[in-house]
Design a protein around this ligand. Structure first.
Ligand code: CS2
Ligand code: MG
Length: 402
């Protein structure tokens, strides 16, 4: 089954997406998400200029061999651009294989391990009252798990909180905006947010929070400890995870569960965190961690240490990635939870899909393959529109993790 066509489709229905479409000699097509927020064209070029010329003519059935051909065969390994490009090829090949087999992808991954995939919503508020209103709205939609972000008194902006009423989309047109951050103000405020949320909504609701890489290990330990009375489902990215051993310090001080990994792109990024049980959830995704083939290996390692999956699912991961994540999440044994930020209506029109949301859970559907397609004519109506993620600085002007 030779691959006869491989095309990269860049489209911007409200935000930029990069999609790979493969076609076999039999006319079977497969899709892969290759979107890397703020660096989209780097992945498009890596695919168009370096990988796709070598893909034409290869046997679409040889998924594992193709993965290693582009990983080991490239000499230069790992990194978000390389692994997103490999991920797109891998995902498209799995889509093709499942379509040829006439089954939804999850059936090739071992079948369903659960009835549906538990997802969590985003609730963002400019202040405590706004955060409470946002949580109530997510509850009204049926979510059982809600990530809550809130404006920090004294700071003009913070991660996760949109300016105005539009949904949160961090990538901005034109040069990156610069934000100001105070860990001290955040550390003082954040326990008040969850104290208020528990008072408003009780103890049963799964509450999650994303620290977004902004604290030192001991600051993260302090926040984790201060949140223990509110029993979070997880505290995400408490400190930058390049130094995996840094999490030993956090673990020594708090039992608040920890989730890390949305910026990871290989099993090596998470190996120590998993093997030393320094995290409870691993957030690596199909699109940024080498596709379904590699994510399954990360999950298998995590299973040995009772670490569960918690795949990233922000709107800068396309519906193609969401579909793949749901097939993976339906099947993988050590599933934890799946992030769900609904895409815009215009995005959903460009990417018609089978997956559904109901009462806090999602299902990938029963269509052969991923169950998602791309309307290429409509996609062409939304040309690439350069956008950058913000740059963050502490109040004295020092560059800080965004
Ligand atoms: C965030 C992401 O959803 C999350 O957990 O960390 O929204 C992240 O900020 C974006 O994906 C960056 O592109
Ligand atoms: Mg995050």
């Amino acid at each position: 089954m030779r691959i006869t066509d491989a095309r990269v489709i860049v489209t911007c229905p409200g935000r930029n997406f990069v999609t790979l479409k493969l076609t076999t000699e039999d006319g079977v097509t497969g899709l892969g998400d290759a979107t890397l927020n703020g660096r989209e064209l780097a992945v498009a070029s890596y695919l168009n200029d370096h990988l796709l010329p070598l893909l034409i003519g290869r046997d679409a059935r040889r998924i594992e061999d193709t993965w290693h051909y582009f990983y080991k065969g490239a000499y230069w390994r790992r990194g978000p651009v390389t692994m997103s490009a490999i991920a797109a090829i891998d995902t498209a090949l799995w889509d093709i294989k499942a379509k040829v087999a006439g089954v939804p992808l999850y059936q090739l991954l071992g079948g369903a391990s659960r009835d549906a995939v538990l997802v969590y919503a985003h609730a963002n508020g400019p202040d405590l009252d706004g955060a409470v209103r946002a949580v109530a709205s997510s509850l009204d939609l049926g979510y059982k798990a809600i990530r809550v972000q809130c404006g920090i008194p004294g700071l003009s902006s913070t991660y996760g909180v949109p300016r105005g009423l539009q949904p949160y989309e961090p990538a901005e047109k034109g040069a990156p905006s610069e934000h100001r951050w105070s860990s001290e103000a955040y550390i003082t405020f954040i326990p008040k947010l969850f104290e208020r949320l528990r008072a408003e909504f009780g103890d049963e609701l799964h509450l999650l929070h994303d620290v977004h890489h902004r604290l030192t290990p001991i600051e993260a330990a302090r926040v984790g400890k201060s949140l223990e009375p509110y029993r979070l489902f997880w505290m995400e990215d408490p400190t930058p995870a390049e130094l995996q051993e840094a999490f030993r310090l956090i673990r020594r001080h708090t039992v608040t569960p920890i989730a890390v990994g949305e910026v990871f792109n290989s099993i090596f990024d998470c190996q120590q965190l998993v093997q030393e049980q320094l995290v409870d959830y691993i957030r690596a995704t199909v699109v940024h961690a080498g596709g379904i083939t590699h994510l399954r290996k990360i999950a298998a390692l995590a299973e040995l240490y009772q670490v569960r999956t918690g795949c990233h699912g922000a709107t800068d991961l396309s519906p193609v990635c969401m579909a793949a994540s749901l097939h993976f999440g339906l099947s993988v044994h050590n599933f934890g939870i799946q992030e769900h930020m609904p895409h815009t209506a215009e995005t959903d029109r460009v990417f018609p899909h089978e997956y559904t949301f109901q009462d806090g859970y999602m299902h990938p559907g029963e269509a052969p393959g991923l169950g998602v397609e791309i309307d290429e004519e409509l996609a062409a109506e939304y040309p690439y529109d350069p956008a950058w993620l913000p740059v963050n600085r502490t109040v004295d002007g020092t560059v800080h993790s965004w």
